[in-house]
Ligand binder design. Structure first.
Ligand code: NI
Ligand code: MG
Length: 590
């Protein structure tokens, strides 16, 4: 028995450490440690709730925009603010684009080299690679010279030793199994996906002003000018260009047309490159369909409201699939969520370990680990800056796989059709999705259906504006004088990485308390007060490790979750916070 320590885990958001016990070449136990504390929740206190989304999205730059959306929705619910149809559609386009961008980024730029051996790609025959590409899909960039040029570029990256993406990889590891040509095909698409992301993220620039961290959210809607047709409303600073259809505005006819073109380009890459590549990897590594399965309870809050009601129909539905039983979806409500801190570096007032509901949540950091720099956390009762969220006291896996399973069991046609296409191409059934590979396939399936739906939302938005409905915000709750003395709200939505909830209490016109329970808080959770592992810890048990010096297999399962430890801890350095009492009492106080 030996203890394996991987710190930092790279190719993720934020700072994460894994310790694993390995016996006989297999992981027998694992501990997930969020190693960074920042404190976003306490800094919200005393702030204007209309600013919350702007601060909240600084939790993370890679999960861009989704924390802002979660935050603005929680404040809107607390204040009773409603949003117009156009604002909902703009938000769906911004968020949906983020899912497609994130899933492609994740597969190629964070995860592919767990499966793709760059050293082998350098030995590939470009002509045979071109033949493989043409047999796999109709993607036009598949000529012999295209793959030869990509191979030359890769060769220069590796030889220069300058790019950390290509230097020091575990190239030649015995767990790699793709042919040289498949390796070159995927490595080439890694390079193409970089350019594609740059192009597609322009949707965020148009509708959000920038990427990451779009700037146009607003309590009550979106801070975007109606592009045309409206009478001059006599507002201070109103510019005649606002009623010019050709004006360079986010919602001008030209911008809406450009968004449609970019959505079509996003969809083409997903359909002709990303999905076929995921299936290529899945075919080569069939044993990873069962390895890395983990807890088997799947939680989705659901996402993409299709109407403006309080409890809208969601394009990806809300629910739980429990114990891998693909027969029914269990209900989900915000009151079912609690967090315990028995094994996290926090303590609660009165009942120190919890559980606590987020609406009554607290963020009292109390470092109680070994002296820094520690060599191991073995024997340390508390071992992470992540709390342990539970639903009905049960550990849950969240993410694209959870969303896709819930939608599948709910009988959503688009999702069922895309899942059935993928699993029949692999010659398996939907119950083959529970392991490490299932998370890759689910993400690809989800990108496919969201890319199609993005086109619908763009058309609905353009049609609605064209019909003369120009409302982008309802400012009926903008004036703090219209707010109740005390109000609480929450939002249950999704990030690309999984279920994301924000809880806010507003008292005397400022934020009194704020709690975030993020996707990676669920998946990266340490043990709870009953000693049950979180999703990453559970999924790693049983993972083979061929070479303890290069634990590639551990990264395969961990990366399959798209971890974001930045989103999961959402905290900040007390030295910059001044007045905030973070109550750090141990050696971490620096
Ligand atoms: Ni993140
Ligand atoms: Mg939290």
């Amino acid at each position: 028995m030996s203890r394996l320590i991987i710190d930092p885990i790279t190719r993720i958001g934020g700072h994460l450490r894994i310790e694993a016990e390995v016996a006989g070449g297999v992981v027998t136990d694992a501990w997930s440690t969020g190693t960074m504390f920042r404190g976003l929740e306490p800094i919200m206190q005393g702030r204007d709730p209309r600013d919350a989304w702007l601060l909240a999205q600084r939790v993370c730059g890679s999960c861009t925009g989704v924390q802002a959306l979660a935050s603005v929705r929680a404040v809107e619910r607390a204040l009773g603010a409603t949003i117009p149809r156009n604002a909902r559609l703009v938000r769906n386009v911004i968020a949906g684009t983020q899912y497609v961008l994130d899933h492609v980024l994740h597969f190629y730029h964070l995860h592919a080299f767990d499966w793709v051996d760059v050293a082998s790609a350098l030995r590939a025959d470009p002509a045979a690679t071109s033949a493989l590409a043409n047999a796999t899909s109709g993607w036009p960039q598949s000529s012999v010279s295209h793959f030869r040029e990509a191979q030359d570029r890769l060769q220069r990256f590796v030889a220069s030793g300058e790019s950390s993406s290509f230097a020091n990889g575990p190239w030649g590891h015995p767990a790699y199994r793709l042919s040289p040509e498949a390796n070159l095909l995927l490595a080439t698409h890694y390079l193409e996906a970089l350019d594609w992301r740059l192009k597609i993220s322009k949707i965020h620039t148009i509708l959000g002003g920038k990427n990451p961290h779009p700037q146009t959210f607003l309590v009550g809607g979106m801070a975007l000018a109606p592009p045309w047709g409206g009478p001059n409303r006599g507002l201070p600073g109103e510019h005649p260009q606002q009623i010019d259809k050709r004006a360079p505005a986010a919602l001008s006819e030209a911008s809406l047309a450009e968004i449609a073109t970019l959505i079509a380009a996003a969809r083409a890459f997903v359909d002709l490159v990303y999905v076929p590549d995921v299936l290529l990897v899945a075919r080569a590594y069939p044993e990873w369909a069962t390895l890395g399965a983990g807890i088997g309870n799947y939680l989705a809050y659901g996402e993409f409201p299709e109407d403006e009601s309080d409890e809208p129909k969601l394009f990806l539905p809300r629910g739980r699939v429990m114990g891998r039983i693909m027969a029914r979806v269990e209900a989900v409500e915000q009151a079912g969520v609690t967090e315990t801190v028995a094994h996290a570096w926090y303590t609660y007032d009165n009942d120190p370990d919890g559980p606590r509901k987020p609406v009554d949540g607290q963020t009292n950091p109390t470092y109680a680990g070994p002296a820094l720099p520690y060599t191991t956390l073995a024997g340390s009762e508390k071992y992470s800056w992540l709390k342990a969220p539970r639903y009905d006291d049960e550990p849950m896996e969240v993410g694209a796989l959870a969303r896709v399973l819930v939608a599948y069991v709910e009988g959503r046609d688009e999702v069922r059709a895309a899942v059935n296409r993928a699993v029949s191409a692999l010659g398996v059934g939907p119950d083959a999705l529970f392991g490490t590979l299932g998370r890759l396939v689910a993400r690809a399936v989800e990108a496919e259906v969201i890319a199609v739906r993005l086109g619908d939302w763009q058309r609905q938005l353009a049609g609605n504006l064209s019909d003369g409905d120009l409302a982008l915000a309802d400012l009926g709750r903008w004036d703090p004088g219209s707010w109740p003395q005390e109000a609480s709200g929450w939002s249950l939505g999704e990030a690309p990485g999984g279920a994301l909830g924000h809880w806010v209490t507003i008292r005397d016109q400022v934020i009194a308390s704020y709690q975030i329970v993020d996707a990676s808080t669920w998946n990266g959770s340490p043990r709870d007060r009953k000693g049950r592992r979180g999703a990453w810890e559970e999924a790693l048990v049983g993972t083979p490790v061929a070479d303890a010096a290069q634990p590639l297999e551990i990264l395969r399962t961990l990366h399959s979750f798209d971890p974001c430890a930045a989103c999961a801890v959402h905290a900040y350095d007390p030295r910059a916070g001044g007045s905030i009492d973070l109550r750090v009492s141990g050696p971490a106080a620096r």
